[in-house]
Design a protein. Structure first.
Length: 204
C-alpha cells in the first residue's frame, strides 16, 4: 500500500510512531498531482487542501475546526492536533455511509483504530479539553491559583495525564483559540477567556 502524506516534521514523527503494517510505502508530499492508495493532509487548515485533485478515494484531512459542509465529498475530517493524534483512537467525521465504509477499509489495512464523531468544530475530545483549558485561563485571570498549581490539582485530583496549561502548551494556543471562537459563535456559553485570547499568537 502506498500512502501520501502532507505534514510538517513533528507530524511526520508522530505518524511514524503508529503501529503500521510492514509493507507500507510512505511518501511525504511536497507538490504535484501524485497518486497513492491513501492520502493524509495534516496541514489542511493551515495551508488549504493539498489533494483537491483526488476524487476517487477518501482523503483524510486534519480539520479539527472546519466542518465538512464546504469540503469535497471524499474529504474525511480527522483530529491530527498534537496529543490527539498520539492517542490510540483517531476521531473521524463524515456523513456519507459509503464513504465511511471505504475509509474504514483503508484504516483497518493501516492498523489504525478510530471512532466516528459529529460534524461539529472540535469533534469530541478537543471540545472537552478546550473547555477545560478555557476555564483554567478564567481561573488564572481571576487569581484563583497559579498555572502550575492548577496543573497539579487537575493531574492529582482528576488523574488527567496533563494539567490544562500543560495541554495548552502541547496543543498550541492558536489552535485552541480558533476552536473556542468557533464554539462560541452559535452559543455564548463557550465564551473564550480574555487571557487565553490575548495570549494566543494569532492575536499578538
Amino acid at each position: 500500500m502506498h500512502i501520501l502524506i502532507k505534514a510538517n516534521a513533528s507530524q511526520q514523527t508522530a505518524f511514524l510512531q503508529k503501529t503500521l503494517p510492514q509493507n507500507l510505502k510512505i511518501e511525504w508530499y511536497t507538490s504535484g498531482n501524485k497518486l497513492a492508495d491513501v492520502y493524509f493532509d495534516f496541514l489542511y487548515e493551515e495551508e488549504g487542501p493539498a489533494f483537491g485533485y483526488v476524487s476517487h478515494t477518501p482523503v483524510f484531512v486534519n480539520a479539527v475546526v472546519t466542518t465538512t459542509e464546504n469540503m469535497p465529498k471524499n474529504f474525511i475530517r480527522f483530529n491530527g492536533w498534537p496529543y490527539f493524534w498520539e492517542r490510540k483512537v483517531i476521531e473521524l467525521v463524515h456523513q456519507d455511509m459509503k464513504m465511511r465504509a471505504l475509509a474504514e477499509k483503508l484504516l483497518h489495512q493501516l492498523h489504525l483504530s478510530f471512532i466516528w464523531c459529529p460534524d461539529i468544530p472540535g469533534m469530541i475530545a478537543a471540545r472537552a479539553i478546550a473547555a477545560i483549558i478555557n476555564e483554567a485561563y478564567f481561573c488564572l485571570e481571576e487569581g484563583v491559583s497559579s498555572s502550575s498549581d492548577i496543573d497539579t490539582a487537575m493531574r492529582l485530583g482528576t488523574n488527567y495525564p496533563m494539567g490544562p496549561f500543560e495541554w495548552a502548551e502541547k496543543i498550541g494556543l492558536a489552535h485552541l483559540s480558533t476552536l473556542l471562537i468557533a464554539m462560541q459563535t452559535p452559543n455564548m456559553q463557550h465564551q473564550i477567556a480574555p487571557l487565553l485570547l490575548a495570549s494566543s499568537p494569532t492575536n499578538s
